[in-house]
Write a protein that binds this ligand. Structure first.
Ligand SMILES: [Zn+2]
Length: 398
């Protein structure tokens, strides 16, 4: 059925900047955006009155770890009491706890937990979600996570992009042997079974070195994966330069990236992705060098990094507000980062991330009358409708 979203106060088309169009309607048909303009109602249309509302492209959350077992609110509470992460980790908490619970959980349990989280994400206007493996560490649990992500991809109301994340070396395994196993066994397995679109590696002082990351990503590239990298979060060990050299689709975190990293990424078309939720959650003071990103004219994406240890924020609206408040992004930069540039960070901007005739009808209708109120009224539950491929997948009044 065709849907007419009528008389939106603002439509953020994301064509050149925000591309704001005022007091116009949008016609959706067969999952596609058909027309934007002054459009008349017809009897066969489902009508949605968008007066007093802002319509923007459905949010693209290009970096999440949404499938995992267990939960870590105990650790969250302890950290607020001043207990150090190292102490928590020694007592079996931290990532080891997620790895343990993920290994113990059945595929059905992981699927159900993931499904519930996706239902929440949809309520907050997100229509595309990237999900990484990475809590398995050992091959069989990594494959299990990827099978769950692919099952969600088949059935969820949103589009899911699966990523194979090489997160860290499992305990009691030699680093060089593990890297070899990733390259000789795991990457080929994931490729042959078509379990992921992207391969991602955590390149930082506490994870894989620049050389190891480069070896892993080069092997993945040869197997046809698109590439991502977690880097420059804690220490700058040259991960952004690896991203530039190998042509990663995105490089994520980038809290300690320097000017030459930012320029190199821009030159090779790597989309820098900032994750402000983790900084707030971990109460870190570091900020990305926004001036350097602006002078390089970077297409900055923002994402949630949803994960049990350092960011349990389902809502991209909150991430937009935190990008402004914690990192100093301009309102426009944050909104573009959560839509257009999020789509670029997944290599799908040809289909989603802007409101243009011919593009997929992925939209969110927000109950505010201008876009500056989106981060300004931080905390307000403002999503009236989430629409995916022309279908209402969430509606406040439905
Ligand atoms: Zn992450």
């Amino acid at each position: 059925m065709a849907i007419l979203l009528s008389n939106a106060t603002e439509i953020l088309t994301m064509k050149r900047g925000l591309g704001v169009v005022k007091n116009r309607s949008i016609l959706l048909r067969n999952g596609i955006i058909e027309k934007i303009g002054r459009l008349r109602a017809k009897r066969e249309y489902r009508m949605i009155d968008a007066r007093g509302c802002v319509i923007c492209p459905g949010f693209v959350d290009s970096h999440t770890h949404l499938v995992f077992g267990g939960s870590r609110e105990d650790e969250f509470a302890l950290r607020l009491k001043g207990v150090k992460y190292e102490t928590i980790a020694k007592a079996g908490g931290g990532i080891a706890s997620t790895v343990k619970h993920t290994a113990k959980a059945s595929e059905d349990q992981l699927y159900k937990a993931g499904e519930l989280r996706i239902r929440r994400v949809v309520r907050h206007g997100t229509t595309t979600v990237e999900i990484k493996s990475g809590y398995g560490l050992r091959p069989q649990t990594e494959y299990k996570m990827l099978r769950v992500i692919n099952r969600l991809k088949k059935r969820a109301p949103v589009e899911i992009i699966p990523t194979f994340l090489v997160h860290t070396v499992p305990p009691k395994v030699k680093r060089d042997l593990f890297v070899k196993r990733v390259i000789d066994e795991m990457i080929p397995y994931v490729a042959r079974h078509k379990l992921a679109d992207f391969c991602d590696v955590f390149c930082d002082r506490i994870a894989f070195s620049r050389r190891e990351s480069e070896m892993i990503l080069s092997a993945a590239k040869d197997w046809g994966f698109k590439l991502k990298i977690h880097t420059d979060e804690f220490a700058n060990i040259g991960g952004a330069l690896v991203a530039a050299r190998l042509g990663c689709t995105s490089a994520d975190h980038l809290l300690v990236s320097r000017k030459r990293d930012i320029t190199a990424m821009k030159k090779s078309g790597v989309i820098p992705t900032l994750l402000p939720g983790t900084s707030v959650f971990l109460r870190l003071n570091g900020k990305p060098d926004m001036q350097a990103f602006r002078s390089a004219r970077s297409d900055i994406a923002i994402a949630s990094d949803f994960n049990p240890g350092s960011c349990m924020i389902y809502s991209m609206l909150k991430i937009i507000a935190l990008a402004c408040l914690a990192y100093g992004l301009h309102v426009e930069e944050a909104l573009i980062g959560a839509t257009r540039n999020g789509a670029k960070a997944l290599g799908i901007f040809d289909r989603v991330g802007s409101i243009e005739p011919g593009k997929q009808a992925d939209l969110v209708v927000l109950g505010v009358d201008n876009y500056r109120k989106i981060p300004y009224e931080f905390g307000e539950d403002m999503v009236s409708y989430t629409i995916k491929k022309g279908k209402v997948i969430y509606g406040k009044n439905n």
